[in-house]
Ligand binder design. Structure first.
Ligand code: PMP
Length: 300
């Protein structure tokens, strides 16, 4: 088994509140608003060959997530992009993962805390892949329908990548894991197909692709990229309501996310799917896209 290296005890650097700190020194106090009241937002980004794919979109979503939680991250999108590039360079990351996180600090401890300062940290590490399917590397993911449901948009800030939204994800994924599955299949509060715990879902019938409307779950950056990419590749893509009863009528299912990339699904509860040609085509096209040199440096 691969040894688990604790995240607070590693070599390297973490950018935090304007300073590049030795990894082990990036600490905060236990009486921090973000920890007690869930006032924290974050991003998950992937680095391919030293370049962060969709960096600007992720930095912009981080700022927007803060606004959803009624706080202003005290940096511009350009500054956050730069700090991200700096921390990637400081850690000499070629292929890896970036985790920016912003939170309300410890200046005030109450539900309402307008005087609490907003902090920002950015960490990164080598991280080759997200899923290790229980059926082996060449099998798809096995998903189990969760008892937890995605809440309506007036009950949670569902488009914020905020830590509170992950309570459901952790509970759902723990239950799936205990039952021997790779991840959970989440419905929304109306019983419609929603997504997985950390990735969006697509279904395929013949050459037609469908994906649920992100009304009460994160409209992933990868989801948006895949919709555009699939259309460029000539597929018809429809964003629509999908009910769980329809799941047995599809030929292929796959999930998408920054960490998950494009991951085929081979099973949802008792329904089995093949890893088909459409998923394989899109997976390959996405793998090529993320490694394309960003335009600004392409001529260099
Ligand atoms: N849904 C959830 C709950 C997630 O955590 C993620 C990962 N951020 C996604 C979907 C996919 O989003 P993205 O493609 O922006 O990574």
């Amino acid at each position: 088994m691969t040894p688990i290296i604790p995240f607070d005890d590693r070599d390297g650097y973490i950018w935090m509140d304007g300073k590049m700190l030795p990894w082990r020194d990036a600490k905060l106090h236990v009486l921090t608003h973000g920890l007690h009241y869930g006032s924290s937002v974050f991003e998950g980004e992937r680095v391919y060959g030293g370049n962060t794919f969709k960096l600007r979109e992720h930095s912009a979503r981080l700022i927007k997530s803060g606004e959803w939680l009624d706080f202003k991250i005290p940096y511009t999108v350009e500054e956050i992009d730069k700090f991200t590039r700096d921390v990637i360079a400081a850690n000499n990351i070629g292929d890896g993962y970036v985790r920016p996180v912003a939170w309300r600090g410890s200046e005030q401890m109450a539900v309402s805390a307008p005087a609490a300062k907003i902090h920002l940290a950015i960490a990164c590490w080598q991280w080759p892949k997200y899923f290790f399917p229980k059926g082996g590397d060449n099998s798809g993911l096995a998903l189990k329908t969760s008892e937890w449901r995605r809440p309506p948009a007036n009950s949670m800030p569902v488009q914020a990548k905020c830590c509170g939204n992950y309570t459901i994800g952790t509970l759902a994924k723990h239950a799936a894991d205990k039952a021997g599955y790779d991840d959970a299949f989440l419905l929304d509060y109306k019983g419609r197909v929603a997504e997985s715990t950390g990735s969006n879902l697509f279904v395929v019938k013949g050459k037609k692709i469908k994906t649920p409307i992100p009304e009460c779950f994160l409209n992933g950056i990868t989801r948006q990229t895949i919709i555009a990419l699939a259309r460029e590749l000539g597929y018809e893509v429809e964003e629509c309501v999908i009910m769980p009863e329809e799941m047995k009528t599809f030929d292929e299912v796959f999930v998408t996310g920054t960490a998950a990339e494009v991951a085929p699904v081979s099973k949802i509860d008792d329904i089995e799917y093949k890893i088909g040609p459409v998923t394989a085509h899109i997976k390959e096209a996405y793998a090529e896209l993320v490694r394309r040199k960003p335009k600004a440096t392409a001529a260099a």
